[in-house]
Ligand binder design. Structure first.
Ligand SMILES: [Zn+2]
Length: 327
């Protein structure tokens, strides 16, 4: 039983507080082209964010884990991520492979996803998981593998639709997950297509409890969220202090209702602080530490059962990010 961090495989019970979707480093690529606020290339600032997260985590556990959800060809900087990890005590970092939604790859007719077979794409994902992440982030013909391996696969879809490009990425990701036992954590756009993501991945053979449907808090429709949970998949709830979209009370309401319905062991928390304007180190009032620093105390203050809060912050993530095979 292990979780795969960038410094090696660890006993999942040592992961501490698990931030299931966040961003410490993004060195460039399509999202940065679309909005320069996405550029997260400052190692010192990433250290600061990670340090705040670990400090806040100590109230709940001995350590903390940040799952950096930057996927292939989206500005992954594995060497920078390792440097951050080495500078912060009691921190684990899990790095992603897999794909973002089509839009962030800009014009995709000539992208290698459009040219390679599903099997060839699956092989690239598997190599990230088994051998090590390409230092050049699969952005060019030369591949130079870091010893750091990926511990989660990302899958993503557009607003209200799954493009053929994204469907192909899902097929390759499912193949790689089944082959390696690596979990899949998704991106939904504004909380749409969550149910379809779960159904598609399950139909491709991925065990439901190795799928987490992400950013799903944006669709604050508890009946809909329950339908996704009925498939056996996890939900990943982030978008903390994203007041331009909805107040944090919506997330609290979702957590309360879903806990009441008996789904409390299949909910993960994250913050998705994937922009400079979402990180304290770059001047914001909010950041990567939000779950243990703000959410946990607030949930207790709102009368949540302390054991449920511990499940949300610690236990659920430790179970979800455990590999199913000797990979
Ligand atoms: Zn993200």
């Amino acid at each position: 039983m292990f979780a795969r961090t960038i410094l090696g495989d660890v006993d999942p019970t040592t992961l501490g507080v698990v931030n299931a979707h966040d961003h410490l480093i993004r060195t460039g690529a399509g999202e940065v082209y679309l909005d320069p606020d996405h550029l997260l290339d400052d190692v010192d600032k990433a250290v600061q964010e990670a340090q705040s997260f670990v400090s806040a985590s100590r109230r709940w556990a001995d350590s903390g884990t940040i799952v950096d959800m930057c996927p292939m060809n989206c500005g992954r900087g594995i060497d920078e991520l390792v440097e951050v990890n080495n500078r912060v005590k009691d921190l684990h970092v899990i790095a992603a492979t897999g794909f973002h939604r089509e839009k962030v790859y800009l014009e995709t007719r000539s992208h290698w996803v459009s040219r390679y077979t599903v099997e060839q794409i699956a092989e690239l994902i598997i190599a990230d998981i088994r051998e090590g992440i390409d230092r050049h982030d699969y952005s060019g013909p030369l591949v130079d593998r870091s010893p750091s391996r990926a511990g989660v696969i990302k899958v993503a879809t557009e607003y209200g639709r799954i493009t053929p490009f994204e469907r192909k990425c899902m097929e390759a990701s499912a193949m790689a997950s089944i082959e390696t036992g690596c979990p899949i954590n998704t991106h939904t756009t504004f909380g749409t297509c969550g149910l379809e993501q779960a159904q598609t991945l399950i139909s491709l053979g991925v065990p439901p409890d190795q799928i987490a449907i992400g950013h799903i808090q944006r669709n604050a429709d508890v009946f809909y969220l329950g339908q996704i949970l009925e498939t056996g998949a996890y939900l990943e709830i982030d978008g903390t202090y994203r007041i331009k979209y909805q107040p944090d009370s919506n997330r609290v309401m979702e957590l309360r209702e879903l806990g009441r319905q008996g789904f409390g062991e299949r909910i993960l928390l994250g913050t998705d602080s994937g922009k400079r304007s979402y990180q304290k180190a770059y001047g914001s009032v909010t950041g990567v530490d939000f779950n243990p620093a703000v959410d946990g105390p607030r949930l207790l203050a709102e009368g949540f059962d302390p054991s449920y809060v511990q499940d949300l912050l610690v236990n659920n993530g430790q179970r979800f990010f455990t590999f199913r095979k000797d990979a």
